[in-house]
Design a protein around this ligand. Sequence first.
Ligand code: GAP
Length: 463
Amino acid sequence: MSESPADTSTDRERSDASLEEVIALCKRRGFIFPSSEIYGGVGSTYDYGHYGVLLRNNVKGEWWRAMLTERDDIVAIDSAIIQHPRVWEASGHVGGFSDPMVDCKTCKLRFREDHLATAQCGRKPSKRAGEGPDCELTEAREFNLMFRTQIGPVAESGSEVYLRPETAQGIFINFKNVLGFARKKPPFGIAQIGKSFRNEITTGNFIFRTREFEQMEMEFFCPPDEAERWHEHWMAERMRWYTELGIQPDNLILRPHGADELSHYSSATSDIEYLFPMGYSELEGIANRGDFDLTQHAKFSGEKLEYFDQGSGERYVPHVIEPAAGVDRATLAFIVDAYDVDEVEGRTRTVLRLHPKLAPVKVAVLPLVSKDGMPERAREVFELLRRRLGTEFDEGGSIGKRYRRQDEIGTPWGVTIDGETAGDGSVTLRDRDSLAQERVPIEGLAERLLAKLDEEWISPKLG
Ligand code: GAP
């Protein structure tokens, strides 16, 4: 039931960004760190530093914008992580959210049965699991991926609950509430962003697959005979979202699931796959879930979960189209796609060519030198801009070093206060991608930058 590993759908490889380079940049510039590092780390969990938080917030902000601000047929929800355990019986997660696992009695490692062909032996990493002379693999057993915990101080029967493995079910169990209070009728959607937890056995590839991650899911409820049309609509919309935010279209594919891959709830699913450094891998799934979830929750809870159309007198269980994306995976894709190395004045420069809307910092204000009143004037410009858009004051070190630092965190614009500023009230505006520098007045600078932020943006990596 859990998704497949980073299976590659095509043989295309990328040469512009290796995972190692991206991980090093994320650490060097304070985007992402391995969690609990001072204690030796804990498998596949990560902490986000300042710029990572800002970037992720922008990814989520753009998703909310696409779901809520730009439409009037979707409402938001924020459901609990711990839900009634029956939710997960109804959804099929208690019975079916598992992977067939094989244990090695010798090295004590556990492998997904469907990954045995590529998994490495714990004792002899040069060999595949099961290939070493001492390997002793057990028969495959189902291993449920939900994290279990308990409510209250005493572990007794009935106190066992789960950390949610997806945000979707929190939406289905609130269908009736939303229908009653949001003044919506199908077709309409309910959107949610939040943490999900899966005790993944095969992790790795940095933040691509972790045990604790954030999802952005939207359940779109529609009349049954409109489901196919809305499935097409959401596949196109979601592809558009990624490319408008700067992902190079050639690095994205929409791959329909084969009949053997479909989840138990889905009659049709297509994955948006991105060309990560390890190959094309799932970024987002767009599923036609039919009436599976509402019907199951109606059965298990005894509540009627249907829509009554007063106009036509028709009563029906809406069908659901679900675009389900991962915040962390999308963030990784945006970083990988933006990662670039070029040469400036004979020196190698690493630059994150992020869409300005995603960039953690929009503009850096830099006094050319720390004297002649430049830091003070720069502070004034900083105060002027920071109220309008994400601004950073960057004073320490040579101007070249500060530009490099801002390039690596993806800041699209730099404003330098220099010797001329005091005389004519102008500054140098530097563009991260073209490196063009123009002289512009401080007056109207915030408006100028806000206008740039609204312009259509195409990745300079497209040439
Ligand atoms: N409600 C459907 C659902 O959860 P999914 O394909 O299992 O579908 C949706 O998950 C998205 O959540 C994936 O496309 C991926 O972006 C993200 N995701 C799933 N498991 C993840 C993990 N272990 N680490 C990071 N992201 C994950």
